[in-house]
Design a binder for this molecule. Sequence first.
Ligand code: NDP
Ligand code: GDR
Length: 351
Amino acid sequence: MIQTERKRALVTGTSGQDGSYLLELLLAKGYEVHGMIRRASLFNTERIDHLYQDPHDEGARFFGHYGDMTDSSVLARLVEKIKPDEVYNLAAQSHVRVSFDLPDYTADTTAMGALRLLDALRDHVQRTRREVRYYQAGSSEMFGAAPPPQDETTPFHPRSPYGVAKVAAHWFGVNYRESYGLFICNGILFNHESPRRGETFVTRKITRALGRIAEGLQDKLFLGNLDAQRDWGFAGDYVEAMWLMLQQETPDDYVVATGESYSVRDFLEEAFGHAGLDWQTHVEFDPRYLRPAEVDHLEGDASKAEKALGWKPKTSFKQLVAMMVDHDRDMARRERTLVDAGHALPQSSRD
Ligand code: NDP
Ligand code: GDR
């Protein structure tokens, strides 16, 4: 019997929201997956701990490696050592408002990091003549001020250091594809959320606070601009589009979105409504959460992805909100039990 070799994937940003869903997808498809993890003084792998496999075990298919997008030598070493068939570049300083505080670092990880990885790939492919397929995690933030609906032909007009860095990473990808014939796909993904979403993004900030409010653990939620409109989908659906892009005959760039947009106020209405609460009695304005330049309205047209990849979102806005609220109410109930048992929980100020 002919034994076909397993596909090997290298994923940066493995410990993030999308990394965790992509890891599940690739492992379910039989891949050997190598995840790049950056060193932190505390464990930062909570989202992927359930996927941990002892590398000593025969049959282990997930392997973690220390690395950082700011360190070109480790990127080159990982590509050489792993010899991946597919590379998914998900690592980034991904918080838009924080990118105004950390513009240099954001550009270094998000734009230059992508370039470093592409360069490692280029050397590897030129030397070994192997085909390696590369996915770049681009963002609707690249469209910024361009009016909706946005698709692959919409000109970019980014409004933050993060958006500008993602535009650079996008064009580095296009340039390396055109210059060196590499198989590079740029995904242009609109906002996607889940119960694993970082707690400082607005959807999760709302559902976490809502759970705690329902359990009497906090009373107020401070937010910035409630008028911004976003096209929110479910992260679990979106990682499938990433994988599909790399399975095509030719590399291309695709918008991935639901085609519907809602304001932050709509999200509050839907989330608090699902829990039978009135958001207006709990939400207060804090100008700290305003951005120097805002992106007002994102709504994607993903018809190209539907036609070429056969991809469509499976989860509706209503289902997404309910999933996040139910998860975070459950989390708050557990927190309540600990508090009732006399454990004082520290309040996080990182919002
Ligand atoms: P997260 O912020 O949840 O995850 C980002 C990941 O990048 C984390 O694993 C993080 O590590 C890692 N990382 C950050 N800086 C570095 C660095 N210097 N070196 C190595 N790793 C680093 O983002 P998401 O999972 O939501 O998004 C994945 C990618 O998709 C990002 O590039 C994001 O910009 C992009 N994107 C996201 C969208 C969304 O709506 N979620 C939409 C469009 C694009 P650690 O865990 O240690 O912090
Ligand atoms: P975004 O997501 O900037 O779209 O980037 P975020 O959830 O941070 O903001 C969405 C909108 O909500 C408004 N907002 C607030 N945002 C936060 N974080 N905190 C608040 O208190 C708050 N109040 C109002 C914002 O002004 C904004 O208009 C996300 C990230 O995942 C990027 O990495 C990704 O590329 C894009 O989505 C697509």
